[in-house]
Write a protein that binds this ligand. Sequence first.
Ligand SMILES: NC(=[NH2+])NCCC[C@H](N)C(=O)O
Ligand SMILES: [Mn+2]
Ligand SMILES: [Mn+2]
Length: 315
Amino acid sequence: MTISQKSRSLTVISAPFSGGQGKPGVDDGPQHLLDMGLVEQIGRLDWTPKFAGHLQFPAVKNDTNIGHVKNPRYVSQSTKNIYEAVKKASTSSDFTLTIGGDHSIAIGTVAGVQAAHPDAIVLWIDAHADLNTPAASSSGNLHGCPVAFLLGADEPLANAASKEEADLFGWVPHCLDDSQLGYIGLRDVDAFEKQYIREHKIAAFSMHHVDKYGIASVVEQAINKLDPEHKRPIHLSFDVDAIDPVYAPSTGTPVRGGLTWREACYLCEAVAETGRLVAMDLVECNPHLEDAKAARETIAMGLSLVRCALGETLL
Ligand SMILES: NC(=[NH2+])NCCC[C@H](N)C(=O)O
Ligand SMILES: [Mn+2]
Ligand SMILES: [Mn+2]
């Protein structure tokens, strides 16, 4: 028989931000998650959730491209706001859940969680590695770059008009080192990212590894590699496009051949089982893409992931 753990405090931060990519609607993900019962569902588990409200992202005037990089000032300013909010929440509550928004918000969430838990490992669940430097990015979309900033792999922005502009992301703490980061679900990784992962020996499990070893072994291998002593806090940054578009179709950069519903849930359950999860991001749910049914299914998938990560399915 298990005894229910005492109710732990959880802050829900909404980051309705879409400036890291080009498709409108991902900023509406948080409201849909809330409308379908996110906070109530968490409250039925062993957590006391507090909704901290929607962060505001004031527009930046004349936010012209720098080189090919899109919305650079807006992304820098907005992710800095997210950083401050997540830092505060992670310092004062047991768990911080940030709902996005596109994955550029993780510049702020990872840096914020690291400020409170500098030893936390980051499990990045994604079809993509989001490790392009702005210079290496072929799309110029900053949601493909958060990890590069956090590792300090980026350089000042090329073709900026001033030193200040070149250093727009200079505020981002280089809070991650290579051994603190693990990927699961990869299947669309750019050449620069592949080379970086190899050279820096970053723990990276693609869908090939999920097929080969099974999801249970992959999660175990990832955690063992990043934290062999099983002591460190865990931050789960979950991009819903890690999941197969059959289950999560409403997302901006879908890639076929992803995690099944149960593989994705299992992953969250296994992380919950460690008892060391301190933060989760759920990003890239875009209810404006595909039809209303697809949007509902994608949001339902997201809600399941959150509940599994918070222990719903553990007996
Ligand atoms: N968070 C995401 N969905 N990222 C997709 C990134 C796609 C591509 N690698 C790029 O740099 O543009
Ligand atoms: Mn991503
Ligand atoms: Mn992705």
